[in-house]
Structure formats: C-alpha cells, structure tokens
Design a binder for this molecule. Structure first.
Ligand code: UD1
Length: 380
C-alpha cells in the first residue's frame, strides 16, 4: 500500500483562513491519500481576527500553533521562521502550502527552501500566486515576489498572474491557473450567511448602508493619508444622505487602524462622522452578510475587492495600485486612490444607477480547491 502523503498548510492572519477552508474540505475527501496538518503561526491572535474565522468556517482547530504574535517585520518573520523550522524538522511533511501575501507566508516559504530532502528542497505550494501591484513599498508585494520565486507549485487566481510570473522568468511548468479559493468559500458557505443577525444587531435595513474597511499601512500609518480618508468618509456620508437621509456607514475597525487613530488623535474626528457606525472587526458570516446587503463598499483590502466582484456589489478601492486586475476590468471594482472627487463621482454614479454592473470572472466558479487538490494528487 502506498504511504499517505503529509501536507502542512500554514495560515497566520485573517485573509488566510477563508482561502484554506475549502482546500481542507477537499483534502478531507481524500483522507486515504493525504494527512493534512494545519499550522497557525499566531500572526493574528485576537479572537475577532482569528478564532472567530475557525468557528465560522467550521475549520478544525489548528494542529500546531506557533504563537508568533506581533512585532516589527523582521521580528515577526524571524519568530515564525524559528518556530516553523522546528515543526518541519519534526513532522517531515511531503509538501507545505502557504497562502496569500502576509509575513507568515514569506517566513514559511524561506524555511522550506532551506530544508533539504534526498531529492531536493522541501516542496512548497503557493495559493494566490502571481499577483503583483508593482509597488515595492507594500510589504505584501515583497512577500509575494519572494514566495513565488521559492515555490515549486504556483496556484494562480487569475490570468494576469501567469503573465506576471512569466515576466519574472518563472518556469511555466510550475504554474496552475486554478482560480480563487476565497470565492470557493463564499459559494460553499452561502446558506450560512442568511443565518446572520448582524443587520438587526446594528439596526440596519438592506440597502440603507455602505461598508468601509481600512487597514493598509500606507493609508493608516501616515497621518496625512488617514486624514484624507476621514474626509472621504465624511463627504461620502453627506452625499449618500442626500439620496437617503437614513443612510449609515458601517466601519469595522481593524486593530492597526484603531491603534493609529489613537496615536494620531484622530479617533474622535473619525467617530464624529454623521451616521457612522464603528464596530469591532467582524467574523466571516456577519461580514459577508453585511457586504451582500450593502449599497457599496469602500475599502483598501485585497480580498474584499474579489468578494464584492463575485457578489456584484460596487467596490471603491482607496489605493493607487492594484493587483487583482479582473476585479477592475470585469468586476465591480474601481480604483480611486485617496481622491475624494473620484469617490464622490463614483458614488453618484452608483446612486443614479449608472455605475458598471460587473461580470463575474470565469474562474470564480467555486471549483478552485478541487483543481488544486487534483494537481496535488498528481504531483505527490
Ligand atoms: C496583516 C497582513 C496584511 C493583511 C492583514 C489582514 C502582513 C505584512 N500584513 O496586516 O497583508 O491584509 O493582516 O488583517 O502580513 N494586532 C492585534 N491583534 C491581532 C493582530 C494584530 O491587535 O490579532 C495589532 C498589533 O498591534 C499589530 C497590528 O495589529 O502591530 C498589525 O498586525 P500585523 O499582523 O503586523 O499586520 P496587519 O496590519 O494585520
């Protein structure tokens, strides 16, 4: 009988969990072939950024928890590397899967690339490979470039990823254009979202509110930019209330955003925006339910641009660069930078029914994880 192959999936922060969940489900269908261990680095440790997602996504508790926590980039990356090296030396996996572009991703990729097995280094698969913003001031961009260059198997979410990787001289044989496992989660858990009571809890009605999420260092770690965002939210609230005076803006506040708002003494100004409801970060079920029933979302998150495209909710992205091309060329996403005028123009288009309706990209079909596990079956 063939030996079962051991796969370790590494997750660390909020956006990783919904990318992992459908792969875990798919691997469970092939228990005879694979043993799957989940390692949580502990990059995110708050209940609202971590455990709540395991609950909402019915994920098993992580088999191994590294407890890395926060720190500077070097501290956080180094701590994860040290802990993860012990894990792979002990567990001797046949393959490690890393997700997205966070510090946990690059840290574990570096560890794998320096562990030597008889036939070479420990094989690494990267889920969400090939995305590039071409902005090297973003920590995520460095994490993506390094992780992709170290991966044996590249699972790509959208066609531009293939182009980006080819331009970096990466071998086409390593690339698999499989689609987006985050959207697999959205499709798989669809019935669960209806059970959420979040609208009631926040006193909202369908289509009488907008959502906003802001946490990128470039936006919140810089006082000038943070001020511009407050001004954008303020004008947005006023413009929206011209169309419907009851319109609310819901802002789940990320810990980084809260910390910086306090540091810059901007919290009062932020909370002073009329009809703004600030809440703690939301779990998966509540957040998606809120997104589904909203008028639009204003964000700097990567994942939300994809989720909004799939749900056909208009998405105004407060960034100057983008990596998820399909969400802009096909989907409901528009890049606005921190330009208030652009945001208000788009908002007006949305209210007048003139905003683009968006098409769902072909690979957002709920089958990415199945494709991934099929590749793994052949590769291992
Ligand atoms: C990280 C990712 C980012 C991702 C985001 C999702 C990197 C470089 N960035 O950014 O790509 O979009 O997660 O949320 O990996 N903190 C808490 N509780 C926690 C975790 C963090 O209070 O559970 C606070 C800490 O004070 C920390 C700050 O938030 O200093 C930032 O956390 P960190 O993990 O460094 O990066 P994020 O901004 O969350």
């Amino acid at each position: 009988m063939k030996r079962k192959k051991k796969i370790i999936s590494v997750v660390g922060a909020r956006p990783n969990f919904m990318k992992l969940a459908p792969i875990e489900l798919e691997l469970q269908k092939h228990k005879n072939l694979f043993t799957h261990l989940i390692v949580h680095t502990g990059q995110h440790y708050d209940y609202r950024l971590s455990s709540i997602f395991f609950r909402d996504l019915n994920l098993p508790q992580p088999h191994i928890f590294l407890g890395a926590g926060s720190g500077t980039h070097a501290e956080q990356t180094a701590k994860i590397m040290t802990e993860f090296e012990n894990v792979v030396l002990k567990e001797k996996p046949d393959l490690v899967i890393v997700f997205g572009d966070i510090n946990s991703t690059i840290a574990c990729a570096l560890v794998c690339s320096k562990i030597h097995y008889n036939s070479g280094t420990l094989p690494l698969a990267h889920v969400e490979a090939g995305l590039r913003s071409f902005d090297r001031t973003m920590p995520e961009e460095i994490n993506r470039i390094v992780t992709d260059s170290l991966s044996e198997i590249l699972f790509i979410t959208e066609p531009v990823g293939v182009k980006n990787l080819l331009a970096e001289g990466i071998d086409k044989k390593k690339m698999y254009l499989v689609g987006d496992t985050m959207i697999d989660s959205l499709i798989y858990y669809r019935s669960k979202f209806e059970s959420s009571k979040i609208l009631n809890k926040l006193g909202l009605n369908k289509q009488n509110y907008l959502i906003s999420t802001i946490h990128r260092p470039v936006n919140v770690d810089n006082k000038n930019n943070f001020n511009k965002i407050i001004s954008i939210l303020n004008s947005t609230a006023k413009t929206a209330q011209n169309y419907n005076p009851d319109t609310k803006i819901v802002l789940p506040i990320h810990p980084r955003t809260l910390k910086m708002a306090e540091k810059f003494s901007l919290l009062k100004k932020l909370k002073g925006i009329k009809n703004l409801i600030t809440v703690e970060p939301l779990g998966y079920t509540d957040f998606i339910k809120l997104l589904m029933d909203s008028i639009l979302v204003i964000t700097d998150s990567g994942g939300i641009q994809e989720e909004a495209t799939f749900l056909k909710i208009p998405c105004l992205t407060l960034r100057n660069t983008f990596e998820r091309q399909d969400t802009i060329n096909l989907g409901t996403n528009s890049l606005c930078g921190l330009d208030e005028r652009i945001v208000i123009n788009k908002l007006t288009e949305i209210y007048k029914g003139k905003y683009k309706k968006g098409k769902i990209p072909q690979l957002m079909d709920g089958k990415a994880s199945r494709r991934i596990v099929n590749v793994l079956k052949n590769a291992l």
